[in-house]
Design a protein around this ligand. Structure first.
Ligand SMILES: *[C@@H]1O[C@H](CO)[C@@H](O)[C@H](O)[C@H]1NC(C)=O
Ligand SMILES: *[C@@H]1O[C@H](CO)[C@@H](O)[C@H](O)[C@H]1NC(C)=O
Ligand SMILES: *[C@@H]1O[C@H](CO)[C@@H](O)[C@H](O)[C@H]1NC(C)=O
Ligand SMILES: *[C@@H]1O[C@H](CO)[C@@H](O)[C@H](O)[C@H]1NC(C)=O
Ligand SMILES: *[C@@H]1O[C@H](CO)[C@@H](O)[C@H](O)[C@H]1NC(C)=O
Ligand SMILES: *[C@@H]1O[C@H](CO)[C@@H](O)[C@H](O)[C@H]1NC(C)=O
Ligand SMILES: *[C@@H]1O[C@H](CO)[C@@H](O)[C@H](O)[C@H]1NC(C)=O
Ligand SMILES: *[C@@H]1O[C@H](CO)[C@@H](O)[C@H](O)[C@H]1NC(C)=O
Ligand SMILES: *[C@@H]1O[C@H](CO)[C@@H](O)[C@H](O)[C@H]1NC(C)=O
Length: 766
């Protein structure tokens, strides 16, 4: 697989590929323009390239970003008429209007539409300290494409860190310059539009300072230093540390807030690759589109071709099916699950029933065990959407001195955050909030920094609380602080919000790939959270607990750094294979990983399972993919012109060996049969395993397939390796059978004395 059998061709004429026309007339709009060099005009240096890009533009000052490494082209402000002129020029390939993508935390209601989740303990206890151990990630550089960083946090202290590797070419753009160190080795801003408008530094680019918190949280999760005594509002107390605490961090600020322009994301990826990052972590996304219309997927392929590992969030649009984003096969697509920690608050009702929920803010106010408060349902006023406790919705309902039940959900305008609900209750005079799930959120609960005593409870508790309110004229309740509870079960369990497969763009690739901690994750934060009144009681470095596939993604970026450090020469695909084939398919109790309804989760939820970093460092075998194989795969899906856009160079698919989706040498297997398939002809799935373990070694094939309507066999049934990096081909044969379920899932395992190399097999009758 190491040898690229394909050759790229001479320069093709391009058909005008695209453009969703949005602008009219002479309004300036930002476009990402892909161009390709002509034989008559080859450029050598970055300056030459930029000058050449400039020739496409009507005047100076229009170019926002010139891309050099992972995209061939630029972002520029153009009118529609000007774009028409640009698209007629030799070398033009395609153009897409700039778009906004969103951060994948659950407090981004725009994307989620349901509400947000809270975080688990990376920093804090279980999460990180069990991953990797001392020295994890040494010599590796993790690039974090996000909202910037709060550099003065002890999570970015460089105590004991060596200088960055010699290949590092990046820089540090904080005003004054000297903030970076041997941990935080680079920080730059790529927000084309945003310049500082304060009078002292008008027109200067924005410093890469994180005003949001998201980038500080994700960067410290991936590779933060060890910080003893980390906690949020006294909860989750423990040692904070990133997954790869010895790795170096470089941050690329591309988001001023929850919204990130694609043109800026590309600039950040381009720079991170040029600077020498080994792993790129991107907790940003938007609904999926075909790869040739997705500039971020294109840039991710460019990074992968240069040996850079890219991990991205699977999205927060679950539990809807086929909601997975960032689903190209060269990307590690990361789902989110819980940890075994609860930041518990318990709701006790006047009828004696009690229910455990979660909240981060747990004041020890006059909450004596005997004090009950009147309980009122916010929807009781009958006003539309009042049950969501949006600002103004409680007018006309007397909630003074009462505990208010506010339903989960961001409302039709997707603007009502869960923290806002508590603030609305408080400003209306309420003393507490109960936030019950709807059925779809199931048992996933979030510990968040509310401004008043609160409890986020699961949907079963929610229904019981509502029934109690209905059952009595004077319902009462109390919310009891219970602190941080470790060892809760089931764990890990999938979060309701974690986006699900199958992938719409490429159903022959099983997505998401993997799950990691993404619920109630504790990591560094730029400022104190919770009510301002609590601040005086807590000092020291600030942390926050939040949730989302944004949070699980940097865990996996840290794991990739950890593996890269142990195996510097492994390709991104080999690292990914190691992570995927060693994942845990059971939870801490040895039971199948459950979903938010506490039912066994299928592979469209978990991917290959829950990441097991120690095992991933010793996978035994890997499924490697050479960059050119992706071109053969893409030629099976798209036209030559479309593939050329993705490949950033001319590709004539008629001269390329086409690789059907399921034949790409992927660590998992997804086969789709037409619904009415009643032939006895099997599908043959080919794979090539590379031995990265000790030799000699012998592996035996095992097939786990509970559904007997489908038959799966592996040929040959043993693989013997006598050399390191030796490759062996095998074939998985799938007979569809008849009358079975619509989706059948199982696994093929290669088992040796030391290793189990597991590939999930998902068979869909479409
Ligand atoms: C950049 O600024 C222009 C005009 O000020 C605005 O129309 C455009 O939406 C901005 N682009 C981004 C990505 O913020
Ligand atoms: C603008 O620059 C000033 C002074 O350097 C700084 O204090 C301020 O935070 C900057 N504004 C933004 C939006 O970054
Ligand atoms: C995010 O920042 C951009 C650029 O500064 C600004 O135009 C936009 O209004 C902001 N969006 C939100 C939701 O604050
Ligand atoms: C899930 O699908 C339902 C029904 O199509 C839709 O109303 C809802 O907005 C979707 N949820 C998300 C988070 O996209
Ligand atoms: C949604 O936005 C519209 C327009 O701004 C506003 O009239 C309406 O009250 C909002 N609805 C809710 C539930 O916030
Ligand atoms: C509600 O809206 C008013 C007016 O816009 C604002 O002053 C107030 O801070 C908001 N309250 C909350 C809790 O967000
Ligand atoms: C409570 O009563 C309301 C209105 O009477 C009804 O719509 C709702 O279904 C009831 N809820 C429960 C859990 O009984
Ligand atoms: C692509 O390759 C085929 C086979 O070599 C050739 O016939 C065809 O002309 C090529 N297409 C282009 C656009 O060069
Ligand atoms: C199944 O096979 C039978 C016999 O080969 C054929 O007549 C029938 O049309 C097939 N059914 C479908 C749904 O293709």
């Amino acid at each position: 697989m190491d040898v690229c059998k394909l050759s790229f061709l001479s320069f093709l004429p391009f058909v005008f590929l695209s453009i969703a026309v949005v602008a009219t007339g002479d309004e300036l709009q930002t476009f990402i323009v892909h161009v390709q060099q002509q034989e008559s005009h080859l450029v050598a240096t970055a300056d030459d390239r930029k000058a050449w890009y400039q020739t496409f533009l009507p005047e100076d000052g229009r170019m926002l970003h010139a891309y050099h490494h992972v995209t061939s082209g630029f972002a520029a402000r153009l009118t529609q008429q000007e774009l028409d002129a640009v698209s007629a020029m030799p070398g033009f390939v395609s153009a897409v209007p700039d778009q906004l993508h969103t951060l994948q935390t659950t407090h981004t209601p725009q994307f989620l539409g349901l509400g947000a989740p809270a975080p688990p303990p990376t920093h804090g206890n279980r999460g990180s300290s069990s991953y990797g151990g001392a020295g994890a990630g040494a010599g590796v550089i993790v690039g974090v494409i996000d909202t910037g960083v709060f550099p003065d946090h002890p999570s970015f202290s460089d105590a004991g860190m060596p200088p960055p590797p010699a290949k590092w070419k990046g820089r540090c753009d904080f005003n004054g310059g000297s903030v970076c160190n041997n941990k935080l080795i680079g920080a730059r801003t790529f927000i084309a539009n945003a310049t500082n408008s304060s009078s002292s530094s008008y027109g200067q680019p924005l410093p890469p300072v994180d005003k949001v918190g998201h980038g500080t949280h994700t960067a410290s999760t991936a590779a933060g230093a060890v910080v003893p005594g980390a906690h949020v509002l006294g909860q989750g107390l423990g040692v904070g540390a990133g997954i790869a605490p010895r790795a170096h961090v470089a941050v690329y600020k591309v988001c001023p807030n929850d919204s990130c322009a694609v043109s800026d994301i590309l600039a950040g990826i381009d720079a991170s690759v040029a600077d020498g990052c080994d792993v790129i972590s991107i907790s940003i996304g938007s609904p999926p589109v075909p790869f040739h219309k997705n500039p971020v997927a294109i840039a991710a392929l460019g990074a992968t071709e240069k040996g850079v590992f890219v991990s991205m969030a699977a999205g927060n649009a679950g539990p809807n099916v086929s909601s997975v984003i960032n689903d190209a096969p060269w990307i590690l697509t990361v789902a989110a699950s819980t940890m075994d920690r609860s930041i518990r608050t318990t709701v006790r009702l006047g009828n004696g029933l009690h229910f455990h929920g979660e909240s981060l803010y747990q004041p020890n106010v006059n909450n004596s065990p005997n004090t009950f408060y009147p309980l009122v349902y916010a929807g009781a006023s009958g006003k539309p959407f009042a049950e969501l406790c949006g600002n103004g919705s409680l007018d006309g309902l007397d909630v003074r001195g009462k505990i208010v039940v506010c339903e989960f959900g961001a409302g039709p305008n997707l603007t009502i955050t869960r923290i806002t609900k508590g603030a609305v209750v408080q400003s209306a005079g309420g003393v507490g909030m109960i936030l019950p799930n709807h059925f779809v959120q199931g048992y996933t609960t979030l510990a968040e920094a509310h401004v008043l005593p609160a409890s986020h409870v699961d949907f079963v508790a929610g229904a019981a609380i509502m029934a109690y309110i209905n059952s009595t004229a004077n319902p009462v309740a109390q919310i009891l602080p219970r602190g941080t509870i470790l060892g809760t079960t089931p764990a890990p369990a999938m979060a309701f919000f974690s986006s699900r497969g199958p992938s719409i763009q490429s159903p022959g690739i099983l997505k998401p790939d993997i799950t990691g901690p993404g619920v109630n994750v504790l990591a560094a934060w730029p400022f104190q959270v919770g009510p301002p009144s609590a601040a005086p009681f807590f000092s020291g470095p600030t942390f926050n607990i939040i949730s989302g596939t944004s949070m699980s993604t940097p865990h996996l970026s840290g794991v990739a750094a950890f593996i890269k450090s142990r195996h510097p020469n492994w390709s991104p695909a080999a690292i990914k294979s190691a992570i995927m084939t060693t994942a845990d398919i059971t939870d801490r109790s040895g039971n199948p990983i459950l979903d938010e309804q506490q039912k066994p989760a299928n592979f469209f939820v978990t991917g290959t399972g829950h990441v097991n970093p120690e095992k991933a460092a010793h996978p035994g075998l890997v499924y490697d993919i050479a960059p050119c194989d992706y071109i053969g795969y893409l030629c099976g899906m798209y036209t030559s012109q479309e593939v050329s856009v993705i490949a950033r160079r001319p590709v004539n698919c008629s001269t390329v060996t086409v690789i059907p989706e399921h034949q790409l040498n992927y660590p998992s297997i997804s086969v789709t049969f037409p619904q009415a398939y009643n032939s006895t002809t099997p599908v043959l799935v080919k794979r090539t395993a590379k031995n990265v373990g000790k030799v000699p070694s012998e592996y035996y094939a095992a097939v786990d397939m509970l559904d007997t309507t489908v038959t799966v066999r592996v040929f040959p049934s043993t693989l013997q390796f006598t050399e390191v990096n030796q490759e062996k081909d095998f074939t998985v044969v799938v007979w569809p059978g008849q009358g079975g379920a619509r989706v059948v899932q199982g696994a093929v395992r290669w088992v040796s004395e030391r290793h189990t190399v597991r590939s999930p097999v998902s068979i869909t009758f479409a």
